[in-house]
Design a protein around this ligand. Structure first.
Ligand code: P6P
Length: 340
């Protein structure tokens, strides 16, 4: 019988991978693990328990209706990270400003976390996979002081770790600390995340393209040309179009099977819909660690200098050769004005 490695064992075994963490990062990842289990329990009850379904009757900073589970997941992540006292602050999709932990030992926390506590939450009511996305930075401000905006507006190249939890047919935690990507599946019978996808690598090529073609008319010309390229019948095309409408689920499928996910600029979202700090950067970090790449159609995501906490950028992410092909079309037709 092969030995099963739990997430806890993995973190201890890989302690040496965290050059400067004397257990802090390990404890931080353990806090995220705990929050993931608590959120998973509620997500799996959705549909059975009335008081967690549907909208919470409030809006988040993005002006989007907050689903009750959005709010619940946000609170669970914040509480678990605050309790660990390794984190001096959190930036969340659900909160307009960053949250600085100014009580007790938290002001000495060496890390900050950026997160989307429950991405794709509009899919909760229709039982489609949703996810939590997080990224971890070392703080820039002086330990012992309250976290500052500079701690949160850091480029992806300064990331210490990033990952996501996908609440799907099974619940998985996929993360990287810069030494490859590993996936852990929750065994609900014992409530433990077990290593199920060691050293994840995204195929350099794939035949899946993920984009909301309902927005076709609003796309930049280069994206329109790339979609037509995907639909041509040659060189093992036409490709297959797969779009779940839940970023973590689309990303996870492409990570395993190969493929490209594109959310370009549109008339409704001229800078793209997805947020740089807690969606695009963490997934770009993971995909590069897995051998893929991620850009805004031209610029590498991890090299973008953030200016705002909730800044949006276009996202082209996945198999290296597919992203590069889409970028070629974007460059070739960059001068064509989008006519939406
Ligand atoms: P559209 C969910 O709201 C989300 O942020 C991502 O999870 C998803 O990929 C995207 O937006 C879907 O957006 O405009 O295609 O419905």
């Amino acid at each position: 019988m092969t030995k099963v490695t739990t997430l806890g064992e993995f973190i201890v075994e890989r302690q040496a991978d965290f050059p400067f963490a004397k257990g802090e990062l390990s404890r931080l990842l353990s806090a995220i693990r705990l929050a993931a289990k608590v959120v998973n329990r509620e997500v799996n009850k959705a549909g059975l328990v009335d008081d967690i379904m549907g909208a919470a009757g409030s809006e988040n900073i993005q002006g989007e209706d907050q689903q009750k589970l959005d709010v619940y997941a946000n609170i669970q992540m914040i509480n678990a990270l605050r309790a660990q006292q390794e984190v001096c602050g959190i930036g969340s999709e659900e909160n307009e400003d960053f949250i600085a932990f100014d009580q007790g030992q938290s002001i000495w926390g060496k890390y900050i976390v950026m997160m989307d506590p429950l991405d794709g939450s509009s899919n909760i009511d229709v039982n489609v996979s949703i996810g939590t996305i997080f990224s971890i930075y070392r703080r820039k401000s002086k330990p012992g002081s309250v976290a500052e905006l500079q701690d949160f507006l850091q480029p992806g190249d300064d990331l210490v770790a990033a990952g996501y939890i996908i609440y799907g047919s099974s619940t998985m935690l996929v993360f990287s600390t810069g030494k490859g990507v590993n996936g852990f599946t929750l065994d609900p019978s014992i409530g433990v995340f077990c290593l199920s996808h060691p050293e994840m690598c995204i195929p350099e090529d794939g035949n899946i393209y993920s984009i909301n073609e309902g927005n076709y008319k609003q796309f930049p010309e280069g994206v329109k040309k790339y979609i037509k390229y995907c639909q041509e019948e040659e060189d093992d095309r036409p490709y297959t179009s797969r779009y779940i409408g839940s970023l973590v689920a689309d990303f996870h499928r492409n990570l395993i099977k190969g493929g490209v996910y594109i959310y370009p600029s549109t008339g409704k979202n001229p800078k793209g819909k997805l947020r740089l700090m807690y969606e695009n950067i963490p997934l770009a970090f993971l995909v590069e660690q897995a051998g893929g790449c991620a850009s805004d159609g031209k610029n590498r995501i991890l090299g973008i200098e953030p200016e705002e906490l909730h800044q949006r950028t276009p996202l082209f992410i996945g198999s290296k050769n597919m992203v590069k092909k889409a970028e070629e079309f974007m460059a070739e037709y960059s001068s064509v004005e989008a006519n939406y």
